[in-house]
Design a protein around this ligand. Structure first.
Ligand code: CDP
Length: 197
């Protein structure tokens, strides 16, 4: 029997760190779905057609070393607004969610569109300033520019017509602005453990 944990939220809210810690704790498989859009965005930047890039995506594409840059994040959020790209990536994500050992998927629309039946849904957030500071610690550069980039991407992700970023009605909200990583992880583990029984 599968057990799916959906972790959604805006850019740099801490979904990745949280998802990795939770999947390690419970022995679940983990898919960072943002990487799918980042990989498609990178292929489109190289001149490929967005739909074909999404249709022909293979797991090795997620290992590209250039997917974590700010530019790759912007390219991802642009292709992520295209319904044809989103549709082409649905099956891969749903199949992953059925991993027999249990699965954590993190992204923007996991609890609302990809896995509305997920046993646990978390919506992780933090203020834009806190999120930009965390991303700046990872990528460096000009912090004001990182904040502008985070805000632009949030705006596009929340206002697109197809699968906009928003909490599922039954999602638990986890605001990590004032929480340490360990505190956020502990809260998530408690919630999941309670559901697993
Ligand atoms: O790591 P970070 O939160 O900055 O971004 P990400 O999760 O890697 O996602 C990059 C972009 O892909 C987002 O800004 C979204 O536009 C898009 N995305 C999406 O539309 N749906 C998902 N399930 C995951 C990512």
């Amino acid at each position: 029997m599968s057990f799916t944990v959906a972790i959604d939220g805006p850019a740099a809210a801490g979904k990745g760190t949280l998802s990795k810690a939770v999947s390690k704790h419970f022995g679940f498989a983990h898919l960072d779905t943002g990487l799918l859009y980042r990989a498609v965005g990178a292929k489109v930047a190289e001149g490929q057609d967005p739909f074909r890039a999404a249709e022909e995506l293979v797991p090795e594409d997620l290992l590209r070393p250039d997917l974590r840059t700010l530019g790759a994040g912007q390219a991802a959020s642009r292709v992520a607004a295209l319904p044809s790209v989103r549709v082409a990536l649905v099956d891969f994500q749903r199949r992953f969610a059925l991993a027999p050992e249990g699965a954590v998927l993190d992204g923007r629309d996991i609890g609302t569109v990809i896995c509305p039946q997920a046993e646990v849904k978390l919506f992780v957030t933090a203020s834009a300033e806190v999120r930009a500071h965390r991303r700046w610690l990872e990528v460096g550069g000009d912090e004001a520019q990182v904040l502008a980039e985070v805000r632009e991407r949030d705006e596009r992700d929340m206002n697109r017509a197809d699968a906009p970023l928003r909490p599922a009605p039954d999602a638990h909200l986890l605001d990590t602005s004032e929480l340490s990583i360990d505190e956020a992880v502990a809260q998530a583990i408690d919630l999941i453990a309670a559901k697993r029984g």
